[in-house]
Design a protein around this ligand. Structure first.
Ligand SMILES: NC(=O)c1ccc[n+]([C@@H]2O[C@H](COP(=O)([O-])OP(=O)(O)OC[C@H]3O[C@@H](n4cnc5c(N)ncnc54)[C@H](O)[C@@H]3O)[C@@H](O)[C@H]2O)c1
Length: 420
């Protein structure tokens, strides 16, 4: 193994471009390859790598070619959710042929569209016996990691462990049509964004000195709804934006989801993760919120309360953009600006950590087993919502379950149904 890691990216979209910008804070690794069937996107991302001096990547149409490059030691899987299994099979075949130098794979959230696919991802990587990291950036966000460290070091050892984590991620809706399609994405906002909030809550509630599975999910109570995007005027906007690919009159996905996940520790202490996510949020842009509450202490993070705010009067009406904050929805008035989104959202520390683990031959603490557990919790949440009941967390019971949203049989009026 070399002392510098050569990294290849699968997919050259929105998310990979976040990683590329964040790579400026990563040492001992260069971006050596980018694979995307859309070569123009791969080229644009490669140009950005050169501009930022984070690598001089070769571009590929297909991951099967990139993985054979001897300079590629690790791959970051950042293509759409519906390609996960196909991408992983291609990587797996190449590794099994013995012609690669691959030591590790990192996969973006969610690990897969449902529990069966996530299990397949874990089975495939276990068969290869290489290292794996789950790219859940929020558990690397500096405010979250620092807050957790202080709370657990100063607060919990004196006053007792925290009992309630409240995490939320909200914005006005995703940037590409495939996210809105239940079948391709795996669901709606619950699948897309609750994966973050559940894992962030589990991270905050768990003792940093113990393995993450020292707290055990016991039950889930959830609800989904389509509050904004099933209204006729917004159905039309979605149809236009997606050039007819997305029709919420026929097959909507949820744009709001909330869940309570109840946990228990080894001593029988009870903890609650209260998580909520939406694509129907209206505000300046993406809002990430984290709260951790214990007997004598409290921490809070709100990404829309940064130190930098900028005001433009009504005389300044510029072009639409996302230059102030991700999923920005306004250009006038007093607006929060997240000065370095890659750092604040956790990408930089996440990428640096994964690189160090792969170079050291160490299994990342945040790995595909965590991605599988998160997917199992998400599926349990969908099922709870469908039957309007709190249900036990039992991976066996949801191993082949596919949510109605992903099957195209969900109706925006389902939220009005009750258990009795
Ligand atoms: N951590 C986060 O906060 C975060 C944010 C956004 C997206 N994501 C995740 O990252 C992944 C990608 O999302 P995105 O926003 O970049 O999507 P995107 O649609 O912006 O980009 C996806 C790219 O993948 C390419 N692609 C399609 N099929 C491919 C294949 N078989 N092999 C290689 N490339 C392929 C597309 O051409 C496109 O350029 C998703 O799984 C998403 O959930 C995570």
């Amino acid at each position: 193994m070399t002392d510098r890691l050569g990294v290849g990216f699968v997919g050259a979209g929105f998310n990979t471009n976040f990683h590329i910008r964040s790579w400026q804070g990563v040492r001992f690794a260069d971006i050596k390859g980018i694979a995307d069937p859309d070569i123009s996107r791969a080229k644009a991302s490669a140009d950005e790598c050169r501009r930022l001096r984070v690598g001089d990547p070769k571009i590929y149409k297909d991951v099967s070619e990139m993985v054979l490059d001897p300079n590629i030691h690790a791959i970051w899987i950042c293509a759409p959710n519906y390609t996960r299994i196909d991408v992983m099979k291609k990587i797996s075949d190449a590794v099994k042929s013995g012609k690669t130098n691959l030591v590790g794979l990192a996969c973006e959230k969610p690990l897969a569209r449902n529990a069966a696919e996530a299990q397949q991802m874990v089975d495939m990587i276990n068969e290869l016996g290489i290292l794996h990291g789950y790219l859940e950036n929020q558990v690397f966000s500096p405010s979250v990691t620092r807050g957790r460290e202080i709370i657990w070091r100063r607060g919990s050892h004196i006053a007792g462990r925290p009992y309630l984590a409240r995490c939320a991620e909200e914005h006005g809706g995703p940037h590409e049509p495939w996210f809105w399609n239940g079948e391709r994405q795996g669901g709606g906002v619950l699948n897309d964004m609750m994966c973050h909030s559940i894992e962030a809550a589990r991270f905050l509630l768990s003792d940093p000195d113990k393995p993450r599975n020292s707290i055990r999910p016991v039950s889930v109570n959830a609800e989904i709804a389509t509050l904004k995007w099933a209204r006729p005027e917004y159905i039309k906007i979605l149809q236009e934006m997606s050039k007819g690919q997305v029709d919420y009159a026929k097959a909507p996905a949820e744009d709001f989801a909330r869940a309570n996940v109840n946990f228990e520790d080894e001593q029988g202490n009870i903890m609650v993760a209260e998580v909520t996510t939406s694509w129907s949020f209206m505000g300046p842009g993406l809002r990430l919120s984290f709260e951790l509450i214990g007997p004598e202490y409290y921490m809070q993070v709100n990404s829309l309360e940064p130190d930098l705010k900028i005001f433009f009067s009504r005389a300044v009406s510029g072009d639409k953009g996302e230059d102030l904050v991700e999923k920005q929805s306004a250009e006038q008035g007093l607006m929060p600006v997240v000065a370095s989104e890659g750092i604040v959202y956790g990408y930089t520390d996440e990428d640096r950590y994964m690189v160090e683990c792969f170079l050291d031959g160490k299994m990342p603490e945040e790995n595909w087993n965590d991605g599988l557990l998160v997917t199992q919790l998400l599926m349990t949440a969908y099922k709870s919502s469908e039957i309007s009941k709190k249900i036990a967390f039992n991976p066996e019971a949801i191993k082949d379950y596919v949510p109605k949203v992903a099957k195209g049989t969900y109706s925006a009026r389902d939220v009005l149904k009750t258990a009795e």
